[in-house]
Design a protein around this ligand. Structure first.
Ligand code: S3P
Length: 443
């Protein structure tokens, strides 16, 4: 295998062959990293963050918060990050447009945070991908609390603008199980009058609930499936110490690569194993992937452990539906690659949310893997993938999507013949060391 970065459009050449072996520490969880910065910013006193993901997306969150007067120490690999909180209502009106880059989490959670900052004006935008992503799903529930978000196409698309107002509590049922919608409402609820309850159709990732509790918010969670999350305002947040586990969404690339590439044996260390995120492990078990969890423990309110995976000769096709979707939403691109190498046909349904991620991931993965000879039929809410157990090297393109770039890298390692991946640097959005880790696991 040659990994060769050949030009400014970040075209990488990948030749298959060989195995992946050794230990890898994936970078910090992206969702937890954003939240640690945001909650630290609106707390009283200092928050320290260990293991923050030093990638483009959390850097966008930090850049926006700095523009509103929050002091955040430089974000560098391996450094403890310090956030000097300005308190619940201390964010200043920024002089500049808040640039959220490629990060949907930054834009959506900031909307929740800013809509209640009375009589201050905020304008938010992002790159061409983010400017195409739906934002009314945040604006609508915030309107129910007395807020208002303006944007293109009647508030659907950025650039967006907000003039903060005093909000009131509400009971809000969210139409999709989205942690971003839930988190935006809970951030708005911190300064809304009274009590706010969010009811989800299915349980999305619960990092916000766990972390708000740790920062001292008055938050209660009840029910099992489709939880009720209730937040009562009036409590100030207190700066705390956050330890960010490794991102299971980044670990998923090595889990699948280790299972599919002959003679591989990889240990992925310190991975977050929050049960709202471990759908990929449930599916790995169904597929017959040979993996086990080691050193399981709880660190700063989140379960973590190491994942050891070895080559697994025979893998069975699997099904993904709307029940499991929230627990593995970001892992679908790499699971599509895995499905190409399974015995039988994989059916993915209930996945229309994939169409409004950084790219339309159902369309882009189908288009790119079809160039490699995959047998995929695209449906409105999912895919049907026939496991042909073989791909052919091709010239593919991430279309600027970080998870597509990394999924295509693993597909290229498994293909017959050389592949090139255009816009491979998209990986830096969530995994800055991806290409280096790949080269190291190969050697
Ligand atoms: C995220 C929630 C998910 C996920 C995204 C990060 C978060 O999005 O896909 O990468 O940090 O809350 P949705 O809330 O839109 O499902």
């Amino acid at each position: 295998m040659i990994i060769n970065n050949t030009s400014s459009t970040s075209i990488r050449e990948i030749e298959p062959g060989g195995s992946l072996n050794g230990k890898v520490k994936v970078p910090g969880d992206k969702s937890i990293s954003h939240r640690a910065l945001l909650f630290g910013a609106i707390s009283e006193g200092e928050t320290t963050i260990q293991g923050l993901l030093p990638a483009e997306d959390p850097i966008s969150t930090a850049r926006c918060l700095r523009s509103m007067g929050v002091n955040i120490s430089p974000i560098k690999q391996g450094e403890l990050i310090k956030v000097q909180g300005v308190g619940l209502d201390g964010l200043q009106e920024p002089e500049k447009i808040l640039d959220c880059g490629n990060s949907g989490t930054t834009m959506r959670l900031l909307l929740g945070l800013l809509v209640g900052r009375e009589s201050r004006h905020f304008v938010l935008t992002g790159d061409s991908s983010l400017r195409k992503r739906p934002m009314k799903r945040i604006g609508n529930p915030l309107t129910m609390m007395g807020g208002k978000v303006h944007g293109r196409s009647k508030g659907e698309f950025a650039p967006l603008s907000v003039i903060g107002r005093q909000l009131h509590g509400a009971v809000i049922g969210t139409p999709v199980a989205s942690a971003q919608i839930k988190s935006a409402i809970l951030l708005a609820a911190l300064t809304a009058e009274g009590t706010t309850t969010v009811i989800e159709p299915a349980n999305s990732r619960d990092h916000t609930e766990r972390m708000l509790k740790a920062f001292g918010a008055n938050i209660k969670v009840s029910g099992e499936m489709g939880r009720h999350i209730t937040l009562k305002s009036g409590e100030n947040l207190k700066g705390t110490k956050v330890i960010v586990p490794g991102d299971i969404s980044s670990a998923a690339f090595w889990l699948i690569a280790g299972a599919l590439i002959p003679e591989s044996d990889i240990t992925i260390e310190n991975v977050g194993l929050n049960p709202t995120r471990t759908g990929v492990l449930e599916i790995a078990e169904q597929m017959g992937i040979n993996f086990n969890l080691q050193n399981k423990k709880e660190v700063a309110g989140e379960p973590v452990g190491d994942i050891n995976v070895v080559y697994s000769r025979y893998l069975k096709a699997f099904n993904l539906d709307n029940e499991i979707m929230p627990r593995l939403i970001d892992e679908v691109p790499i699971l599509i690659v895995a499905a190409c190498f399974c015995e039988g046909t994989t059916q993915i349904t209930g996945a229309s949310e994939l169409r409004v991620k950084e790219t339309d991931r159902l369309k882009v993965m189908t288009k790119q893997l079809t160039k490699m000879g995959a047998n995929i039929v695209e449906n409105p809410d999912g895919l049907k993938i026939k496991g042909i157990r073989k791909l052919i090297g091709a010239d593919v393109d991430s279309e600027t999507d970080h998870r597509v770039a990394m999924s295509l890298a693993i597909a290229s390692l498994l293909a017959h013949g050389k592949s090139t991946i255009t816009r491979s640097d998209a990986a830096y959005v969530s995994y800055p060391e991806f290409w280096n880790d790949l080269a190291r696991l190969k050697s």
